[in-house]
Ligand binder design. Structure first.
Ligand SMILES: Cc1cc2nc3c(=O)[nH]c(=O)nc-3n(C[C@H](O)[C@H](O)[C@H](O)COP(=O)(O)OP(=O)(O)OC[C@H]3O[C@@H](n4cnc5c(N)ncnc54)[C@H](O)[C@@H]3O)c2cc1C
Length: 535
């Protein structure tokens, strides 16, 4: 017999299969010997009670019958080396990679064009970013094999459950080497150290099946004929024809947005969020969240999620990285962008999180009108689809200057930031290029600074101890999602004006995060397969 069962156990109990088995037997009124095995369907932490942290387990149990391990059916990928249909996939981030895999599954040959380098070569450019403050505009935390998802935190949860099959994406990640606990944990996480191996395994499978993977191959133009895509033009002058193209270039490929505008193809300004990254000692966040002096060794480093409405605007924590590192995520020299990642063990002494404020088109217009006429961007107007991109860029540039160059980031202690006092010194911080005490009011637009001030004070009331000068506020977290949308037809998923050109993933405005980008890649590739069959 098989059954499912929910248990609420202490963290130590939930970590010990022998103890779990005892509880199962007790709950089912059986002998322990009758429990032939079990696996976890779900596991989540319940830290709401100030007295005890609980682990909620949902289990699949085998009683008096042979135990079978949790099964996920591996996807079968076809040999597409001689396939008649070829599709160009621009960008090897999660959207592009999962689109390529889906195309292979459907018998179509993907030709992946990636501006950056493979995961291994990319490491050298990340080292230069962190140690010397040098940004390679083709290879950085956002560009290169695996996209922004490779040297990311690898958190694998999403609220976009309606956009596709999350479990399918998680199973495919397991097929390429991810640990199976991502299948049952409520907040699955892979970690920066493990993601490159998975990305490499995906690439090897794509090549083994006859797909093409071209590195340092930047799309700079494409040829259209009769409103159809004909071929991709790359920076080195190649022209690569295909039956269709997927544009999965991510939120940081500004040149792609410029290209669409130049070619008079529809794009529009898309609201996004901008703010800062905040870092606390991890031990402080553990104490607050788990109500203890020292974290139980059976519990992971604690995380948090905070949201508040301030002045009719949403302010929220974003991409929280327990035991993590603040990373320099700029893609262009002279700009400063911070983001966060953590290793699989989440064993750094810091907890960082983005803390961002919603930004709409009207905010960008009012920001530029206040900035005055002597700026490069005086021509930004309400019909400019790039208005929010210019806003994002302008703040990144201001932060670069305020930090004093070489990617040193302007920073302030949290209470000083809210009380508008300068910080005489700064706490230790994980951000490797270094932080510089600055008045962040001078670099962040007034509405963002004010919302953050009020929001942080409010968060301090929700999470006692959060509002503290032990925390440091680092600017700017600006690449939260795309400031531009590349619109597509809701039925065919192709660009509204080009019937075989498919905007995809986060850059096009249809995803936010690894899982939703991967799901969008699959969705678009599935649609291409259906459309190609009709031809
Ligand atoms: C440091 C960091 C940490 C993050 N942590 C998490 C996390 O824990 N969980 C999570 O869900 N999300 C996280 N994210 C966000 C996540 O990585 C993105 O949402 C996701 O990668 C978007 O996928 P995508 O495929 O749409 O685009 P991207 O991953 O941005 O990929 C786009 C790809 O296109 C390539 N490209 C761009 N222009 C061209 C061109 N002209 N020609 C050829 N190739 C081009 C780029 O090099 C890149 O490889 C993090 C991001 C960063 C930077």
């Amino acid at each position: 017999m098989q059954t499912t069962l929910s248990l609420k156990l202490s963290p130590a109990e939930a970590d010990d299969d022998t103890v779990i088995r005892k509880y199962i037997a007790g709950a089912l009124g059986k002998n322990e010997a009758a429990i032939s095995g079990f696996y976890k369907l779900k596991q989540s932490i319940d830290a709401r009670s100030s007295k005890q942290v609980w682990m909620n387990l949902q289990l699949h149990v085998f009683i008096d019958e042979p135990f079978q391990k949790r099964e996920w059916v591996p996807v079968y990928f076809k040999d597409v080396s001689l396939a008649r249909s070829k599709v160009i996939v621009v960008g090897a981030g999660p959207a592009g990679l999962f689109a390529a895999l889906k195309l292979i599954e459907k018998g179509i040959q993907p030709i992946i064009l990636e501006r950056g380098k493979d995961v291994r070569a990319r490491r050298r450019d990340l080292a230069a970013l962190n140690k010397e403050g040098i940004v390679n505009p083709e290879s950085n935390y956002c560009f290169g094999e695996g996209g922004a998802g490779t040297y990311s935190d690898g958190k694998l949860y999403t609220r976009s459950s309606k956009r596709g099959d999350i479990n399918r994406i998680l199973s495919i990640l397991c097929q390429f080497g991810a640990e199976e606990n991502i299948l049952f944990e409520s907040h699955p996480h892979i970690g920066t150290n493990k993601l490159p191996l998975i990305i490499t395994a995906i690439r090897e499978k794509i090549i083994e099946c006859g797909g093409k993977f071209l590195f340092e191959k930047k799309l700079t133009n494409f040829i259209l004929k009769d409103n159809r895509f004909v071929s991709a033009i790359t920076a080195d002058g190649d022209s690569i024809p295909a039956d269709a193209a997927i544009i999965a270039t991510g939120h940081s490929a500004r040149d792609i947005f410029f290209l669409f505008k130049e070619k008079q193809l529809d794009i529009s300004a898309k609201p996004f969020a901008l703010g800062v990254r905040i870092e606390h000692p991890q031990s402080l966040i553990d104490t607050i969240q788990y109500h203890c002096a020292i974290r139980d060794k059976h519990l992971p480093p604690a995380s948090y999620g905070l949201v508040e409405q301030v002045n009719d605007r949403g302010i929220f924590s974003f991409c929280m990285c327990p035991g993590g590192i603040i990373a320099p995520a700029a893609t262009h020299p002279g700009e400063l962008v911070v983001n966060g990642w953590s290793p699989s063990k989440r064993n750094n002494p810091y907890a960082n999180s983005g803390m961002v404020v919603e930004v709409a088109l009207a905010d960008a217009l009012s920001y530029f009108s206040k900035k005055g006429k002597n700026t490069q961007t005086t021509n930004v107007h309400e019909n400019d689809p790039l208005a929010l991109l210019y806003f994002q860029q302008s703040i990144e540039q201001a932060c670069y200057i305020a930090g004093g160059g070489l990617l040193r980031a302007p920073a302030q202690r949290m209470v000083d930031f809210c009380e508008q006092k300068s910080s005489n010194d700064l706490p230790d911080c994980s951000y490797l290029p270094g932080i510089e005490a600055s008045d962040l009011q001078t670099v962040l637009p007034g509405f963002i600074h004010q919302c953050l001030q009020k929001g942080l004070i409010a968060f301090g009331k929700k999470m006692k101890g959060y509002y503290t000068n032990e925390a440091v506020v680092v600017a700017t977290e600006s690449r939260t999602s795309s400031p531009v949308r590349i619109p597509r037809d809701p039925i065919s998923l192709a660009h509204s004006q080009v019937s075989n050109l498919y905007p995809c993933g986060e850059g096009a405005g249809y995803a936010g995060g690894i899982i939703s980008a991967a799901m969008d890649g699959e969705r678009v590739a599935q649609m291409i397969a259906e459309n190609i069959c009709k031809i």
